[in-house]
Write a protein that binds this ligand. Sequence first.
Ligand code: BGC
Length: 492
Amino acid sequence: MSLMFASLTFTPTTLGSSFTISSRRSNSSVMSALRSNSCSVLTTFQKECDTPTPYLRNVADAIADDMLTGLAVEGGRDLEMILTYVDALPSGKEEGLFYALDLGGTNFRVHSVQLGGMKERVIATKSETISIPQELKIGTSEELFGFIASKLANFVAKEDIPARFRLEQGRKREIGFTFSFPVNQTSIDSGTVIQWTKGFKVSGMEGKNVVACLNEAMEAHGLNMRVSALVNDAVGTLAGARYLDEDVMMGVILGTGTNACYVDQKDAIPKLQSISSSGTMVINTEWGGFSKILPRTIFDQEMDEASVNRGEHLYEKMVSGMYLGEIGRRVLLQMCESSHLFGQSVPVKLSIPFALSTKDLCKMQEDKTDDLLIVGSILNKSLEVEANLEARRRVSEVCDAVVKRGGRLAGAGIVAIVEKIEKDTKRLSSGQRTVVAIDGILYGNNPLYQMYLQDAVVELLGDKLASHIDFKHTKDLSGIGAALLAATNSIY
Ligand code: BGC
């Protein structure tokens, strides 16, 4: 299905000629021509973003298809279907003081978690959020891991550790390392980067074990610590949520980037056969890499062209928080260039990549005031634009098209995984509650995104099956999940 913007790309030439013609018309006909240009950009964009149920069904089926191929062979298709080596999820018995490091979003986080076993559960947690300097995201691995280790050392130095958790002689503190990029995982505590996403491009990591990089940096900073679990953030979310609720079967991240993982039966994972075939294992789908039959517009294509990971993670670029604002900005820019959406000149700020944040796009989409006052104030503050009511209405429709498409596509991904779980377990058809734990600021902060996602799930699964699905919004559970997995995989 090709949904490209073939007939509606306004070049300066087409614009120029429309002005020549319109200069002979009255002012009001100029205005109405401009309005209709702006409408046609908007209408075409809305049409191309449309994801009716049958279309979404095709998307879910194509994702399911890629999942099966990814489970059969390494590097088979768009979805890596990474073996995580997490075959035991937290049970509640975990005990001790464990740390977690979370790298992969806008910020980097350090956590300490005191676990008291079945009776006391999580006794105390402490965490610190540190923003990652932009230059480190595209610097060398030594710089990045040196930075992480130094922040960890500061955090640990401030810790006041209760006597019961003092370290025994000859032991090291254990860490769960949440590294939220596609990794070719070779065991619970080793793996190499497959590719960078979300604007990161760190050099010097090719073929290197991510865990070894961190262990070396920690040693260099005098830290008596070792990584005992390498964990994706979706996997950390699943583990943290499962600790609280044993019906959790899926972990989903809808934040800066997107991903999902789920609990699969080992005998349904052909590429695992040589290792073991009984029990379960968490599979990290890396669904952000999905690329087929997506409703991509010219704006998606141009944004992808300008990205550091061109041609990769196309689903992520339509679904997740790093990109939605930028897609909206590109549409609005086109509407300004072709039809003076905000007056005669194109607002300077609108020409700056990423000048419109996803947070602002979502706030504008949710504006319920009659006169779209919130839209007006955001446009004014973020883009230094004065917009009349008609322009504000158009802006709000652009935002809605972007958010709706993202939410519905994410819903289709969830259905593909739920149906895979269902095929192997028959949980839903036997009326068993199945929890999808979803973390990430995009999902957490935007009720309409949540609604679009959940509507898509119900449309595709039908009311009956969908009624057994519980969408749980979790907040920052991936850190606790990683600490729990460090405990589960402790060598002591
Ligand atoms: C990465 C995933 C990660 C997701 C959410 C994606 O870009 O490929 O590994 O889980 O972002 O952080």
